[in-house]
Design a protein around this ligand. Structure first.
Ligand SMILES: Nc1ncnc2c1ncn2[C@@H]1O[C@H](COP(=O)(O)OP(=O)(O)OP(=O)(O)O)[C@@H](O)[C@H]1O
Ligand SMILES: [Mg+2]
Length: 262
């Protein structure tokens, strides 16, 4: 039997009279390192779904399991500890801090030594600092940000700030990483680079769950794609299957800003 990584069972989310997700199920199984995308027109419920998976919202009904453990309604912090992380929003970027300091800061949240040990500078804390500094450098290298390690965030272009946000998420050592529109606002060159880096993250053994409107990027990067439409899941399959699915094509017809890359 293949490993169960993440499972959403019959998730429904209501905001008053509005049903943002209705009976959405998704089962991510198999080897780590896959890229799985959730697509759908604006307002389809993609971000709502991600917020439930990562503990920022509680489903009205349904169940979420991470590696077989029920995480429904758990806090984002607890969910992150169990290995599922949603990337930091850009608002958590501090203009005066360098790229390296951002990743180190994100690491602080996940250090193993207690505060007291850090204050007393006990060996474990010192060792931790070295390990964390190395880990920060490794993450910056993976994200191709090494050259910007000592640059203050205020001087980093939009494309690199996006990558820095993802780097901060990686500091939590996730097994599953949720990226909600990581390429939005990037130019084609930046998108191309960010897609290649997303592949590298997956190749390092992190399962990536992606919400993205850039269909060219989605088709190129995804192992599997799930499609939401008005809160319901209408299709699931390989990029090829999704591209040729009549219901999906229908759902996207008339969407000027979103093309299926047909
Ligand atoms: N906190 C909230 N309270 C009330 N309604 C909400 C809330 N969050 C989302 N919604 C509504 O739920 C629906 C789904 O929103 P959601 O943000 O999940 O869509 P989305 O697929 O991520 O859209 P987009 O592609 O534009 O990011 C929308 O109609 C939205 O207005
Ligand atoms: Mg959204």
């Amino acid at each position: 039997m293949s490993t169960s990584i993440l499972e959403a069972r019959h998730i429904t989310k209501r905001f008053g009279g509005l049903t943002a997700n209705e009976d959405v199920s998704l089962h991510l199984t198999g080897d780590p390192g896959q890229v799985v995308s959730v697509i759908g027109p604006n307002g389809a419920g993609k971000s709502t779904f991600f917020k439930m998976l990562s503990g920022f919202l509680t489903p009205s009904s349904g169940q979420i399991l991470l590696f077989g453990q029920d995480i429904t309604g758990m806090s984002p912090h607890k969910v992150a500890r169990l290995g599922l992380v949603r990337t930091f929003q850009e608002t958590t970027i501090f203009p005066d801090l360098t790229a390296m300091e951002h990743v180190s800061l994100a690491h602080q949240l996940h250090r193993t030594a207690s505060d007291l040990e850090v204050v007393l500078r006990l060996p474990r804390a010192r060792q931790d600092e070295q390990v964390l500094a190395q880990s920060s450098r490794d993450i910056l290298a993976l994200m191709e940000l090494s050259a910007s390690a000592d640059t203050q965030a205020r001087y980093l272009p939009q494309g690199l700030l996006r990558l820095l946000g993802i780097a901060m998420g990686l500091a939590a050592k996730p097994k599953v990483l949720l990226l909600d529109e990581p390429y939005a606002g990037l130019n084609p060159e930046e998108t191309h680079r960010a897609v290649a880096i997303t592949r590298k993250i997956a190749a390092s053994g992190v399962t990536v769950l992606l919400v993205e409107h850039d269909m060219k990027a989605v088709m190129a990067i995804s192992d599997r794609i799930h499609v939401l439409y008005f809160g319901k899941k209408i299709a699931e399959g390989t990029p090829e299957e999704i591209r040729n699915n009549p219901q999906v094509i229908e759902a996207y017809l008339g969407q000027e800003d979103e093309e299926l890359g047909l």
